[in-house]
Design a protein around this ligand. Sequence first.
Ligand SMILES: [Zn+2]
Length: 406
Amino acid sequence: MEQRKSGRELGLFGTDPLIGAGLPYWLPDGAVVRHALEEYVREAERRAGYRHVYSPVLGKRELYEISGHWDHYSEDMFPPMEVGGEEFVMRPSLCPHHAVMYRSRAHSYRELPLRMAELGAMYRAELSGVLGGLNRVRAIHLNDAHIFCTLEQVEDEARGALEMIREAYAALGISAVRYRLSLPGAGGKYVAAPEKWERATALLKSVLERSGVAYEAEEGEAAFYGPKIDVQVEDRAGRESTLSTVQVDFHQPEQFDLRYVGPDGARHRPVMVHRSIIGSVERAVAHLVDVHGGAFPAWMAPSQIVVLPVSEGEFAYAEAFAERCRAERGLRVEVAGPELGSLGARIRNARLVPYQAVVGAKEADAGQVALRLRDGRRLDPLPAAEALDRIGSLVAGHSTELWPSA
Ligand SMILES: [Zn+2]
């Protein structure tokens, strides 16, 4: 019976009371998974015309007063720190930084849509009682982006983001349980501008309808500055959470007085589309562990191939094959030799590794490997170069299939 392990048991991350609750550190295997995710997202964004930036993880209190976070979101923010007579706040989101970066120079309508992406840290002052694992944390590393565009461009940009989310979920081997149109609820948590809320809500409805996805509207789940599409996932216990979002915002462009010069030579206000494809790396990895139980798709597995020489005689051949995997395809590979136990024991130890390449005397002589797949399939021995080619292509293509049957 396979035993499912948590991210902590898999050695992906840990915590220490001296660092503090909700502030996990990432161990080497966890860092590999996180890097793979981050690389996937950056590459997908690059192909979709996003430009990446970096911005500081804190800012002056005034920045969040202008953005509206101070009025509408401060109970979730860390208290200000005073330095040299100025007050600094750990940032609760990346939007205000990106808005002032947009504002740092003039823009023509020809530059729009301007897609600014950053995988950056933000902070939430969660109470320690609700913290646990990677799901509820105080330091959040968000795959974030802000698209500055004209009103006419909003629908295409939001639809493009939904398409990126769909592709990412396919590569991650996860699925959305539902799409939620998150609307404001009662109370003073939301900026008061009924006309803007209506306009933004109508745009998102149209995006959902034209994308052909079923959705449910829900009050009280919007961002303070605008409505959003939330892509909901469910864990194995049936608990639902939001992983990805697409939001339309008329509020912050006005607060920061953002402009672009139109074809008419006059200055116009852009719209901000906020979107996240995989959400935070913390929640994404927590969900992936929950779904896959450590048996990640090969492209993000901490170890992708383990080479198993049957006896000491094949050790040099195994080492040479592992070196080719690294050098030619950049694969993460290790050799588990007979000093680590019987072949059966070594295979059991490697049960989360997608590919196990067994080499006995016959394979070593013929320049072959005998592949065993994590799902239990055993392939006929095949030339080492062919095995390497097929595995390399599947990994490079972010396939969730270990070995597609021809
Ligand atoms: Zn934002």
